[in-house]
Design a protein around this ligand. Structure first.
Ligand SMILES: [Zn+2]
Length: 471
């Protein structure tokens, strides 16, 4: 009886002992994996172009146990592979790294002593056309190892995963083909927001390109009085404000065409005309060229946006944009808004790759005047429809500035303020000859500011008015 009990105890102890040994022989495990930040965008692996292969590195950390006998688990029966799936852990994985067998030497300190953990930095490559735009997929780490518990080879996938994303700048080959059919170069085309950027500075609306039909006839821009809205960020910046002002003046002064650009100021308590055609806004993200603009979408209207970066620096010499360079860029940007493409002519302000060029008060290249007058032939009966920008309401004797939207070389402006709605007032500002009426103030009442333009390429005169309330 006693022997039997001793035997029982023996078996029990043996069992515990062997269990302990098995448990101690549990094999290597992964404790995490990551991809270096330079390959990530918002925590996802960035695929710049899914039709090409994407090479990157990944890091896996491992842990192995200390044996009761001293020393560490032998890890050489384990292999690690990075795998890709576009259905989560559905079982359908594609290996995207060469399987790497773990080495005991991976688990050593700097001085060569064995240790429990290891980090491996390994190469991986997503093959071309693996990642699809609608379902970009996920990366997992696969660990194949011999499990002593179960006495067989096991495969596990880490719960940790990293999603894959296609760069928002990528444009599919189908769309590139359309852009090419539209006669734009596609070599440096990228996608941003709701447009494709081509030839460095031309924005094509995605909706226009995606639904482009070469069968649709070209619809010319119907209204040649084009209102360009500028915000405070522009007219409080002397270089960039002077630049848009000079660019508009250059366009309006070009002979033999019908383009009439109006600069409209946007500020609190500044009324605006009903129709705004082009908005000029700051964009700090521009880093290849200082100004980009939107090409028309064949709807009879100009392109609607010009973006500029007042903090832009040229890559070649890190210099800021001079007034003449800013003017040149705005002149070309306006041209793109009007549907002009990059010109082959060396003298043209529309030639491509000239973001560093300087405007020198001369836009009369033969190519430009011919192209532009062919697109927008001068119309003798056409009228300028100017607009006066400035505060709608003033306090009595509060000083304000007013400015007319239309400028051209050799125009005459005459400013006048009359009382309206019962206010008796008349003042002629004969000493003002320019497009700006600076620092005027009035007693309480109702007034109409009048500016009459004469001269320039449109003979005759045109008057703009603005009603203001002073109270
Ligand atoms: Zn351009």
């Amino acid at each position: 009886m006693k022997n039997k009990q001793i035997l029982k105890s023996c078996i029990l102890i043996c069992c515990i002992l062997s269990l302990t040994i098995v448990k101690l022989k549990a094999d290597v495990s992964t404790t995490g994996f990551k991809i270096p930040p330079s390959y990530l965008v918002s925590g996802t692996l960035n695929v710049p172009n899914p039709t090409l292969k994407t090479a990157f590195k990944f890091e896996v950390t491992f842990m192995r146990n200390l044996l009761s006998t001293g020393g560490y688990e032998d890890v050489t029966n384990a292999t690690v592979t990075l795998v890709y799936s576009n259905c989560g852990q559905c079982g359908n994985y594609t290996a995207v790294s060469t399987p790497r067998q773990l080495q005991n030497s991976d688990f050593t300190t700097a001085s060569g002593l064995p240790k429990a953990n290891a980090t491996l930095s390994l190469d991986s490559e997503l093959p071309a056309n693996l990642v699809t735009p609608g379902n970009p997929g996920t990366l997992y780490v696969r660990l194949k190892y011999f499990d002593s518990n179960q006495n067989k080879e096991l495969i596990i996938y880490t719960n940790a995963s990293i999603n894959v994303s296609i760069s928002p700048a990528w444009i599919s080959p189908e769309i590139l083909n359309i852009i090419s059919n539209m006669d734009f170069a596609t070599d440096d085309a990228t996608a941003t927001g709701n447009y494709y950027l081509v030839e460095q500075d031309i924005m094509l609306l995605k909706d226009y390109v995606n639904f482009y039909s070469s069968n649709k006839p070209i619809i010319p821009i119907a209204n040649h009085n084009i209102n360009i809205l500028i915000g405070q960020e522009l007219f409080s910046n002397s270089i960039w404000y002077d630049a848009i002002y000079r660019a508009v003046m250059a366009w309006n002064s070009m002979p033999n065409n019908d383009i009439k650009l109006n600069l409209i100021k946007n500020a609190p308590n500044f009324a605006q005309p009903q129709q705004i055609d082009v908005r000029v806004t700051e964009s700090s993200s521009l880093n290849k060229v200082p100004v980009i603009s939107e090409f028309p979408s064949n709807d009879g209207k100009p392109g609607r946006r010009i973006l500029f970066n007042s903090n832009f620096r040229y890559l070649s010499n890190n210099s800021t944009v001079s007034l003449d360079q800013a003017t040149w860029n705005f002149v070309q940007a306006i041209g793109h808004c009007l549907g002009l493409r990059h010109a082959p002519d060396q003298m043209s302000v529309m030639r491509g790759g000239t973001a560093g060029s300087s405007y020198n008060n001369n836009l009369n290249s033969t190519y430009d005047t011919q192209t532009i007058s062919a697109l927008f032939p001068k119309n003798a009966t056409s009228q300028v429809t100017p607009f006066i920008s400035g505060l709608d309401k003033l306090r009595p004797m509060e000083s304000a500035n007013y400015e007319i939207s239309y400028t051209e070389f050799n125009l005459n402006y005459s400013w006048k303020v009359i009382g309206i709605n019962g206010t008796n007032y008349l003042e002629n500002y004969d000493y003002i000859q320019g497009s700006k009426l600076p620092e005027v103030y009035f007693p309480a009442g109702n007034y109409q500011i009048q500016c009459t333009i004469t001269g320039g390429k449109y003979n005759g005169s045109v008057m703009a008015t603005k009603n203001i309330i002073v109270n």
